[in-house]
Design a protein around this ligand. Structure first.
Ligand code: ARG
Length: 412
């Protein structure tokens, strides 16, 4: 997300008019009709014209329309296929879609949503054989209100504690969220470089109390401790990462309808951890420590000690996930799979859109097929994943600032 730098766009309610909602619904339903598998369920409800007529009546009467189960299912998969920045899209059809649209209405809303997410995490982890799963919660209402949202960026994320001496312990990416949690009374059992953050929901725009799901049941937290295939001293760095990247703060839009809470996961590509999260200068920045373990000469960048340390760190990530039996992709393998996706899209007669700078891995990019391709980067707006503004009560720092308006990857 930091690559785009368009995280703080000012948010206007998407799809302001009934016409634009109708138009986006129609674009989506027509796309569904073109899909040989998804079109079957559309035919059952009478076909494109009948369904679009129903949708038009519903929008005229209520300002919104309700998706059928198969529309949610195909819509979530299509949103993945349309995600220009995602290199893992080859598997878009295999996304497991959990329809959680009325979960917040069952008993205690926080407890019910929390349970649904814990089940998602379990299903996704699947004993290490990670499955791609999305849970789709209640849609945004016609008046623009969101029944349920989450403040966390991912379901598992490590805290970043600002210490009294000014240094940061943990993940700098989480500093703001960590500070907010502490202000709201979070009492972490221990402050370590890898302390998982609690969860926080917003119900009807109001913050619900924090839930420290991993502190109360540590067995829910699936992590991999990093070791190196040859250098046993590597373990002394005490590095680790969590198993499942599960994004919780992006909005899913299907045919113009916005789902502000629709957490989804895939499996990691090694470089996300080894060449970004642990290596970036403004994240864990561990390359100097890795270089020390391998006795690299760090006196001059031209020894390429950074490059050499990156390779060893990334070998450790892949090796450790493999050893732990947790699914992880490497950038060569995923590059080849993305190439297969490009071919499949072309065979289906669709023009592929992509964001070159995101599709290329942060190491050895030129060794992957996507480096040698160019992509048009038009964003399909009717059905996609979008960044959204931080929940209103929390965005005071950005209020009034129109810093990144117009970014195509944001709800606008
Ligand atoms: N890059 C993010 C992270 O390191 C995760 C983004 C989604 N990644 C994925 N493989 N599905 O946590």
């Amino acid at each position: 997300m930091n690559k785009a730098g368009c995280k703080f766009a000012v948010f206007m309610k998407e799809g302001g008019s009934q016409e634009s909602l109708q138009r986006e619904a129609s674009q989506f339903i027509q796309e569904m009709a073109l899909d040989s598998r998804a079109s079957k369920s559309l035919m059952k409800s009478g076909g494109v014209e009948i369904r679009l007529g129903q949708i038009a009546d519903e929008i005229a009467a209520t300002g919104i329309y309700v998706h059928t189960k198969s529309e949610v299912e195909f819509g979530a998969r299509l949103a993945w296929r349309n995600s220009n920045r995602c290199v893992g899209r080859h598997f878009w059809r295999s996304l497991e879609v959990r329809d959680c649209r009325d979960v917040h209405e069952q008993g205690d809303p926080v407890a019910s949503v929390q349970e649904a997410l814990l089940n998602h995490l379990k299903e996704a982890f699947n004993g290490g054989r990670i499955r791609s799963v999305i849970s789709v919660f209640a849609p945004r209402r016609a008046d623009g209100a969101d029944p349920v949202r989450m403040k966390n960026h991912q379901l598992t994320r490590y805290a970043g504690f600002r210490l009294q001496n000014g240094t940061l312990l943990g993940d700098p990416h989480s500093e703001r969220m960590t500070t907010r949690c502490l202000e709201e009374g979070w009492q972490p059992k221990a402050r370590t470089p890898f302390t998982a953050l609690p969860w926080q929901f917003l119900l009807e725009g109001e913050s619900a109390p924090l839930v420290d799901v991993f502190a109360s049941a540590p067995e829910r937290l699936h992590e991999v401790e990093l070791t190196h295939p040859e250098a046993s001293e590597f373990a002394s760095l005490k590095l680790r990462w969590y198993a499942v990247p599960l994004l919780a703060d992006m909005a899913l839009k299907i045919g113009g309808i916005v789902y502000p809470l629709a957490p989804f996961n895939g499996f990691y590509m090694g470089t996300e951890i080894g060449a970004r999260n642990l290596a970036d200068l403004d994240r864990y920045n561990v390359l100097p420590d890795v270089a020390r373990i391998f006795g690299l000469d760090t006196s001059d960048n031209r020894t390429l000690w950074r490059d050499r340390a990156l390779v060893e760190l990334n070998r450790a990530v892949l090796h450790s996930f493999d050893l732990a039996g947790v699914t992880i992709g490497d950038h060569h393998q995923l590059g080849a799979q993305f190439e297969a996706f490009c071919q499949a899209e072309s065979n289906a007669g669709r023009e592929l859109a992509g964001d070159w700078s995101w599709l290329n891995p942060p190491m050895a990019a030129s060794q992957t097929p996507q480096f040698h391709r160019t992509f048009q980067n038009d964003v399909v707006r009717h059905t996609n994943f979008f960044y959204q503004e931080e929940p209103a009560s929390e965005s005071s720092q950005q209020k009034g600032g129109k810093s990144q308006g117009g970014c195509p990857f944001h709800l606008s």
